[in-house]
Structure formats: structure tokens, C-alpha cells
Design a protein. Sequence first.
Length: 278
Amino acid sequence: MTATTAPAEHGGARIAQLEDVKVRFGKGDNAFLALDRTNLTVRPGDFVAMVGPSGCGKSTILKLVAGLLRPTEGVVFVAGREVGAEQVGIGMAFQNPTMLPWLTIRQNIMLPLKIVKPYSDTFGRDKNTVFRDRADALLAKVGLTGFGDRRPWELSGGMLQRANLCRALIHSPKLLMLDEPFGALDQFTREELWAVLQDLWMETKPTVFLVTHDLREAAFLASRILVMSARPGRVTEDRAVDFARPRTLETTFESEFTDLTNDLRRLIFAARQGVEKA
Ligand SMILES: Nc1ncnc2c1ncn2[C@@H]1O[C@H](COP(=O)(O)OP(=O)(O)OP(=O)(O)O)[C@@H](O)[C@H]1O
């Protein structure tokens, strides 16, 4: 793929940029607009949460930025160049962590180092030294010290998701794409992992795109929340979230926090009503 460089005014402190992007799926009578004309600028270190009714295009935006999907119209720039996942380190974590069962947790976490350059060049040499230490340091940060030699089936869902975050971050990605990473977990484990993820993010400040249905999760973690509506998918609200960090569960009891989540709920409810009427 030939990479187009973003116009100068769009480079610099903008890690991701969508310009007049539309995504259409299907053909003929079945064609529909999954994402209407979207313009979006994301700066390095932004923690962007995307919320909205089912099918509004949240994952579609994630895939566009990751280079897994091409826009039907418009352009997606990442790190100043027309998109291609290979141009910038990307880490990903989804709802169900798919760990390879025949590998240990540490080996699973080190997989991106085996695949992604420049780490892959020295994987054979470094897997038992620096890379191993890097994996163990991450395991310690998420509260899994001593679990590196276990197999995936020996860990609970919450522990696996902690390991999954380690794997997403092992190659120090500039962009972290999280699609409902805590969706399958119980509320208590989920809230614990918000704090874990916040600590990891505060340390190196990767740019994060988080898709979630949990409005408290979005308000706890994000520095910016995009509210979307469906049919066609559109960003209807782009809201900065300025609560001081580190945020704690106490933060979630404050009136500004509950006001924000109530606002988001109202906006999404309105968006859903719009769809039902359409
Ligand atoms: N590859 C595809 N082919 C056809 N339609 C698709 C494809 N990918 C997504 N869609 C449709 O595009 C719309 C947006 O999908 P997307 O997965 O981005 O929504 P979402 O907001 O992430 O949904 P959810 O919250 O339910 O996960 C949906 O109607 C979906 O069915």
C-alpha cells in the first residue's frame, strides 16, 4: 500500500485523524451506511472511550484506526501517514482473551515480541533474558507475580484479562485498541481492572481507543468520550473528562461523575429513540 503523508497542519501532535470518513457495508439493496461522514482528531496520550447503542459503528472506528478496514470514502491518518497497522505499534485486547493453551502465560504475553519488529529480530536471544524480565515486570504491575509459568486454563477470567493487558502492552505500542475488554467480567473484578488499566496508562500514556457499553467505565477511564448514534453511525458528542487522576472508586460517587454518566445515558437513550423511529 502506498502511504500518503498527512497535510502538514494535520501532523505534529495528532496521532490519529479521520477526515470525511464514510464506511458502507453490503451491496445493492443491502447496502447501508455503517459510519456517516466522520471527522475526528486524536492527540498522543488521549484516552478515548466510544459509547453508543449497539451497531452504531464503535468497532468500525477501532478497525479503521488499526488499519483492519479501509474507509469507503475519506482518509484515515495514523501518526501523520495514511493508515496501515504496520506503521505504528498497535496493541489490542478484546472481550475474550484468546491465549494459546499450549503456551505458558509468560510465553503468551511475549508473543507480540516474537512477531513485531524490531523485537522479532532478537527474540531468540532475548526471550530468556530482557524480554522475560519485561513480561515479568508487567505481570507484577497487574498483580500476577508468580503466574508466568502457569497455563491459561489455570487462571480465572479476571486474571486472564490482566494477562491480556500485559500482552497488549509488551511491545510498548503507541496505540492501544480495547474492544469491551472487561465486558465478560463481574462488576467487582471489572472495577479492579479499571484501576489496573489506569495505572498502566498513566505510566507510559499510550493513546487508547476503548469501546465500552459501561458508561461508568468510560467516565472512570477516559480523558475524552465520544457518544455515537446508529443508522447511520455518527459521533454526536465529543466530551472532555477532566476528573483528577488517579481516579478511584470514590470518584465514581462524586456528583460530577454521576452527572456525567446520567448525561451520557440520556444522550444514548435519545440516539436509540431516533433509531427506533427511523
Ligand atoms: N464486515 C461487515 N460486513 C457487514 N456489516 C458489518 C460489518 N462489520 C460491521 N457491520 C455492521 O456495521 C454496523 C456497525 O458495526 P460495529 O461493529 O462497528 O458496531 P458497534 O457499535 O461496535 O456494535 P456493538 O456495540 O454491538 O459491538 C452494524 O450494523 C454491523 O452489523
